[in-house]
Design a protein around this ligand. Structure first.
Ligand code: LMR
Length: 397
């Protein structure tokens, strides 16, 4: 059985962490994976999480199975966070939300559901470039995955003309994966007017939008970053939204995310939910309890929710400061190249423009790890490691 099995390539993102973990250099730096570290290079345990966990510990409960679609209080809180408690889709019970194993799990549920119910020949479109795992996830669900133009290396912004042309030529029923905010890996987001045009063409051509929102709160704020989702929901038509609390609650290892689907009526939504539960059941039966309970506890308590928003704002502000510091220091050490664009990029990442050979040199000569595409995680920079990172970048440029 196993003799003919070929070695699979390392994962383009998590494989970097494997290499980083094996590196013996005490001064190594991991700018690969999208994880927020504080200024001491430590993974934070948010105070709102600590308090919610203390509350949960005080009334320890037995661990029965959760319902297939997850903790009801969690699903409700997530739906209200994603669409707004006063939104028509929530009030009219047209949205269904199921707890998922992180944002990746939510995408997988959506992909499996779509494979079962979309047109036989429907294809998936992801941005060029996109999060490395998007293609793999949809391909493993059985889809053909295509790229629509997105990043323009010359302007370091979005090739909006190219993107619109692609959307205008997609077959009706095509599934379009869009990053709701903090585009991964480029940090280049659409502006309000561009989203208006995207929503229009998606509706006009009968495309199926799948919004991936893994970084809500890391660009401008929780409400601001979620606006695109609410605009799509208001515009009508079927809508898929995957969201994750890995980054925004620093709960990476708890795998807390959700998939929401918006249908045309309450009755349609209940049929959708019934089928979605079958997808969950045949993948992992039902989700784990703890992470969902923590998030539900924080979101339901006005005091903890306020604390969460403050802590998330703290992360957002620190990332912005690191962007500015990075640019300032690169100006000093590598004046020949303009890095001002780094302060305009949004979210955790900078699509730095570093080439694959430069990334390899950073790794081999300086134990600084980045994604081959040149994506670096700005959220892993701090006032202690930034000088070494800048010096190394200046050397490999
Ligand atoms: C990333 O892009 O680094 C994160 O979303 C982590 C992951 O699972 O790839």
């Amino acid at each position: 059985l196993f003799t003919a099995i070929e070695m699979a390539p390392r994962d383009p993102i998590l494989g970097i962490t494997e290499g980083f973990n094996a590196d013996q250099n005490p001064n190594k730096t991991n700018l690969g994976v999208g994880v927020y570290y504080d200024d001491n290079g430590k993974l934070p345990l948010l105070e709102c999480v600590r308090k919610a966990e203390a509350e949960l510990m005080a009334k320890l409960s037995p661990r029965g199975y959760l319902p297939i679609d997850g903790l009801a209080a969690y699903d409700k809180a997530v739906q209200e966070l994603v669409f707004g408690a006063d939104s028509a889709v929530v009030k009219e019970k047209r949205a269904v939300t199921v707890q998922a194993i992180g944002g990746t799990g939510a995408l997988k549920l959506g992909a499996d559901f779509l494979k079962r119910f979309s047109n036989d020949n429907a294809q998936v479109w992801i941005s060029d470039p996109s999060w490395e795992n998007h293609r793999a996830l949809f391909e493993s669900a059985g889809f053909t995955v295509n790229n629509y133009p997105y990043y323009d290396a010359a302007t370091r912004g979005v090739n909006f003309v190219g993107m619109m042309e692609a959307l205008n030529n997609m077959a009706s029923g095509s599934i379009v994966v869009l990053h709701a905010c903090c585009h991964n890996p480029t940090g280049a987001d659409l502006n309000h007017d561009q989203w208006t045009q995207v929503i229009e063409v998606v509706l006009k051509r009968g495309l199926i939008p799948f919004l991936d929102m893994a970084y809500q709160g890391f660009a401008d704020g929780i409400t601001e970053d979620g606006e695109v989702v609410r605009r799509f929901a208001q515009a009508g038509g079927p809508l898929f939204v995957s969201n994750s609390f890995s980054k925004s609650f620093s709960l990476y290892g708890e795998r807390v995310g959700a998939l929401s689907i918006v249908a045309a009526s309450t009755e349609e939504a209940s049929r959708v939910l019934s089928q979605l539960k079958r997808v969950v059941r045949t993948n992992y039966s039902n989700p784990p309890i703890h992470g969902g309970q923590v998030v539900a506890t924080v979101l339901a308590s006005p005091e903890l929710r306020k604390l969460w928003e403050e802590e998330l704002a703290g992360m957002r502000v620190r990332i912005r400061e690191m962007r500015q510091l990075l640019v300032k220091k690169l100006k000093e050490q590598a004046p020949a190249q303009d890095f001002d664009f780094v302060t305009k990029q949004r979210g955790m990442f900078s699509y730095s423009g570093l080439t694959k050979p430069q990334v390899e040199r950073l790794r081999d000569e300086f134990s600084i790890y980045a994604v081959d595409t040149g994506r670096i995680c700005v959220a892993a920079l701090n006032t202690k490691n930034i000088d070494a990172v800048v010096a190394a970048i200046a050397k490999v440029l």
